[in-house]
Design a protein around this ligand. Structure first.
Ligand code: GUN
Length: 283
């Protein structure tokens, strides 16, 4: 029987666990607080930020919004981050990406206090992940691992084929699958024998950004397919990087889009906020 991994249901279970933890922290006098910074009017970013804020509200995390005009200078943004770094009542800082082109993302990410970097994008956290030390894990990769674990799919010894090498998904999910004792192949736009490599994958993570890219002829029977893509078709519908209808009868498990990886990303953000609050509260 092939399994459709229900990210929405699993993320709700996690959110309810986090809700409990938040109320325990509040009893100790700590109110977990996330600062969310959005520069400009990118419609997709606005939806993501609004979903993150709603999820915070659901579990009882206080969220503070900083909605800045697209003309905001790099200096102004860096100065806001500095203020948020210094505020003891703020435990997590999230600067929504992408930023307008006149602002260097790397500079902004580097300016966030690693102890408040709930996205796990700061080089200190990236480095800690790569050598297996405790760190904030980036939310989408952490969500994928949690989704596999809670769906009773083991990673150990499996051939994991990751397609995409971004700093947000491809590279960190490769590190995490390796940490879980998977054997990892990372493919990207310059990979020549992509189809053959995909056909060898026990677990395939697709983070390409091309609608319905992975088709049934590219996978082996019984593979586990994880779809990180969110693509909008001309008819306005959302679809992933995996052709779900084409692949669904050949796999042992597959994530839908929407309702697969997306909700897990948000659950992990909440998890990181609580972790930050707990760690800073104990200092
Ligand atoms: N843009 C797309 N995904 C993300 C994410 O996980 N965090 C932030 N800050 N921006 C994003």
């Amino acid at each position: 029987m092939n399994q459709i991994m229900d990210g929405k249901k699993i993320s709700n279970e996690i959110k309810n666990e986090i809700k409990q933890e938040v109320s325990e922290l509040k009893e100790k006098g700590i109110e977990p607080t996330l600062a969310v910074v959005l520069v400009g009017e990118d419609p997709a970013s606005k939806i993501y930020v609004s979903n993150k804020k709603k999820a915070c509200e659901y579990v009882g995390i206080r969220s503070l919004s900083y909605l800045l005009p697209k003309e905001t200078t790099e200096e102004e943004l860096l100065s806001l981050v500095q203020t948020l770094n210094n505020r003891e009542d703020i435990h997590g800082i999230l600067v929504q990406l992408p930023l307008p082109s006149h602002i260097q993302e790397e500079k902004v990410i580097m300016s966030i206090d690693p102890k408040k970097d709930v996205d796990g994008f700061h080089p200190i956290n990236v480095g800690a992940l790569s050598i297996g030390k405790k760190a904030f894990l980036p939310c989408t990769p952490a969500g994928i691992i949690e989704l596999l674990k809670r769906s009773d799919i083991s990673i150990e010894g499996k051939h994991c084929v990751v397609i995409g090498r971004s700093n947000i998904v491809g590279k960190p999910i490769s590190m995490l699958l390796l940490r879980e004792n998977g054997t990892v192949t990372v493919c990207h736009s310059k990979t020549v024998n992509l189809k053959e490599l995909c056909q060898q994958g026990d677990i395939i993570v697709a983070a390409i950004g091309k609608a319905n890219f992975i088709t049934a002829d590219m996978i082996k029977p019984g593979a586990v397919l994880i779809d990180v893509g969110i693509n909008r078709l001309e008819n306005g519908k959302l679809c992933g990087d995996i052709d779900f209808n084409d692949c669904k009868d050949k796999v042992s498990a597959i994530t839908p889009v929407p309702g697969g990886v997306g909700p897990m990303t948000i659950a992990m953000l909440l998890y990181n906020c609580v972790l930050g609050a707990r760690q800073q509260g104990e200092e």
